[in-house]
Each structure stands twice: as structure tokens, then as C-alpha cells.
Write a protein that binds this ligand. Structure first.
Ligand SMILES: C[S@@+](CC[C@H](N)C(=O)[O-])C[C@H]1O[C@@H](n2cnc3c(N)ncnc32)[C@H](O)[C@@H]1O
Length: 202
């Protein structure tokens, strides 16, 4: 089972489909292009769901007519991830979605709960990331995570998003490489975005 299969840019679909009897590609959304590619492989199934396990709860809170309490979000973000239907996979790969996991839940949380402050959002971010690792560590898995994201502006300024503190619990990665996401030509303003990807298997 591949979590964060996205556009299958860094998922070797042909090799994985040949190696496994059943292959599940999991993402929040599968675009038509991915659906067409996957349809060529009888053993490949597509699942659309939120692997943080928070979307259903956030939607339910959002449908109510009153502001959400901080404690309600705390309860949602702190309970262990439950992903019915995904628990029985015998091998899981989480592929470059680690840093994205908190984005939508935190955007929803700050919209639903105006009382939530920066400290709350940082704590919930941590809970989402740690819970993903906890869920993965309970099964044979491989994690590819964009551990450090660096934006270098044309004037030499750097902005760094560092997710590596949360990944330390896994020990040294088995492999690491640099992923040039946007170069100067593509950005158009002389800036570049580079991710340091780290990989673990257990
Ligand atoms: C950077 S892309 C990964 C690239 C992808 N592995 C590929 O080969 O193209 C991150 C993917 O994670 C998905 N994603 C982000 N948050 C998610 C969530 N909570 N549940 C499921 N998928 C999520 C996004 O939709 C996106 O496709």
C-alpha cells in the first residue's frame, strides 16, 4: 500500500504492480491521469482518503453552527490514527507526504477555532506528524520524507522548514538525497526550492 501516491512521479508503478499481488494507491484525490495509468494493472486499486484520520471529524465539527472549542480539536488530534480498511496491508510505503499531512487539518483548525493560538497549532502539527510515524511503525513499512525544505531567494536569503526533529525517533536514515523541486528558471524570480529527502525501511 502506497500512501501519498499523488501523480505517481516517484512511485515505480510498473515494478510495484509486478512485485505485489494487490497494490493499493492511497491519496486524498486521484486525478484522471492516475486513474488511467492504474486501470492498466488489474491488481492495482485506488483509495481516496485522508491518512491523518482527522478529515471526517473536522467536517463534522465544521457543520455545526457554533465555534469549535480548543479541547474538541485537542481530542481529535491526539487520539491514535484509525484507518479502517488500511490496517491489514502487509507492507506500506509513505511517499513524500509527511510534510503535507498537517497542512489542511491546521488550516481547518484555525478557521473553525479562532481561539486557537500559534502554540495550539504547533502542538497539533506535532501530534499529526508523530501519529503518522506511530501508525507506520506498527507495520512493515518504508518512509520517504521531505525532512528539510529550503527556499533560497535570489538575494541569498534562505527560509528553512525543518521536519527532522520529528524524524529523529527513527534513527539514521537508510538513504538521503536532494530533490530540486523548483530551479531558478522555473521560479522565474531567481529563487530555488530544494528538499532533503530521507528514507527509512523497517
Ligand atoms: C508531494 S506529493 C507526493 C508525490 C507522489 N508520491 C508522487 O509520486 O507524485 C504529496 C501527496 O500527498 C497527498 N496528501 C497530502 N495530505 C494527505 C492526506 N492527509 N491523506 C492522503 N493523502 C494526502 C497529496 O494529495 C499529494 O498527492
Amino acid at each position: 500500500m502506497v500512501l501519498g501516491s499523488g501523480l505517481l512521479l516517484d512511485v515505480p508503478l510498473v515494478e510495484l504492480a509486478a512485485r505485489f499481488r494487490r497494490l493499493y494507491l492511497v491519496d486524498m484525490v486521484h486525478l484522471p491521469r492516475v486513474r488511467r495509468l492504474a486501470a492498466a494493472f488489474p491488481g492495482v486499486s485506488l483509495l481516496e482518503l485522508d491518512v491523518t484520520g482527522t478529515a471526517t471529524g473536522l467536517c463534522a465539527l465544521g457543520r455545526r453552527q457554533r465555534p469549535v472549542e480548543r479541547g474538541e480539536l485537542e481530542a481529535l488530534f491526539s487520539c491514535p490514527v484509525a484507518l479502517p480498511g488500511l490496517e491489514s496491508a502487509d507492507w506500506v510505503a509513505s511517499v513524500n507526504l509527511f510534510s503535507q499531512l498537517p497542512l489542511l487539518p491546521l488550516e481547518a483548525a484555525s478557521r473553525l477555532c479562532p481561539a486557537a493560538g500559534e502554540t495550539d497549532l504547533l502542538r497539533w502539527q506535532q501530534q499529526i506528524l508523530v501519529r503518522h510515524l506511530d501508525w507506520l511503525r506498527q507495520r512493515p513499512a518504508c518512509l520517504l520524507a521531505d525532512a528539510v525544505q529550503t527556499l533560497r531567494r535570489a538575494n541569498g536569503e534562505r527560509e528553512v522548514m525543518d521536519y527532522s526533529p520529528w524524524l529523529e525517533v527513527l534513527g539514521p536514515p537508510g538513504a538521503a538525497w536532494s530533490w530540486l523541486l523548483v530551479d531558478e528558471a522555473e521560479s522565474g524570480d531567481g529563487s530555488r526550492v530544494e528538499h532533503e529527502v530521507r528514507a527509512w525501511c523497517w
